[in-house]
Design a protein around this ligand. Sequence first.
Ligand code: BTN
Length: 328
Amino acid sequence: MTNTETIILRALIEKDTGFVSGSALARDLGMSRVAVWQHMEKMRGHGFEFEAVRARGYRLLKRPDTLYRDLIFAYLASRKLHFDLFYHEELDSTNDEAARQLASGRDAPFVVVARRQTRGRGRFGRVWHSEDNGNLYISFAFRPRLEPARMQTFTLWMGVNVCELIANFTRSTPGLKWPNDILFDGRKAGGMLTEARMDADQIRDLVFGLGLNLNSAGDAWPGPLSRRATALAEHPQTPLDINKFTAALIGRVLDAYEQFLSGTYVKTFATRWHEYDLLRGKTIKLLHGTETIAGTAAGIDDEGSLILKTERGRTERFRAGEVTIEKK
Ligand code: BTN
């Protein structure tokens, strides 16, 4: 996984704004200084800027604002890599690619990321717009061997972790709309799509897909979507380092998965969900199968079911459905 560019970038990142000696780099890599320089020239063509100062070496001035494989690996350096990361310029869907790899017997966990998708999918077979626009399309593949009933909280738990990470990166607070939407100021910034294959009494394998609008411009979406969608970069107006964020996300999701498997997440799960819960106390409509139920959302329970105080005066719990928030 680690190639020359990853090593160069890792050395530069570690120095932050400081200089890395060209001869030390050349020595560590076992190549000439000219060869190091040639690698840096290649990276310049992908949105990097370096400063070269005689007798001091190189430093990193600018990083690309779209995905760059070797930079993700450079950021992941401090983490022991017990997983594979497959990077693609283009895929039909990262979820589909992860499912294909699982079906062919690949060891899990592994991660699939793409700069763009031609058939990005959301829940209910909806299209997930996946241009090459500085946004993130990523899927995580697992083989959890758990009872299917345990899956109910999986996406919600991942949502909590993604939101906590976003909050750390952006200093602004995203919200979760049960069960799988990530919103900012009422607009959708991300969506999660978990797909599992079952054996009789066990989950055989599982793909967790996340689409997150990081850096796309406000006019990036077609037609009515432009009113409903937003990107993280609009909220505090500064573009995120997509590669740094992606590396942190991978670490976070893999840790969250371990906590899910061991069951330790249960202690804090519902409380942490409530921190980001956008529905609690809101008047909503829930489309559940063919039925629409109106009421006031009252949070989730430990099993991840939505608690609804219905207009009929009852408190009911729902495992699935699609929510619309009623305008006041
Ligand atoms: C939704 O809001 O309905 C879920 C959207 C999930 C989109 C992501 S993008 C990466 C992964 N690949 C897909 O085809 N879909 C998910």
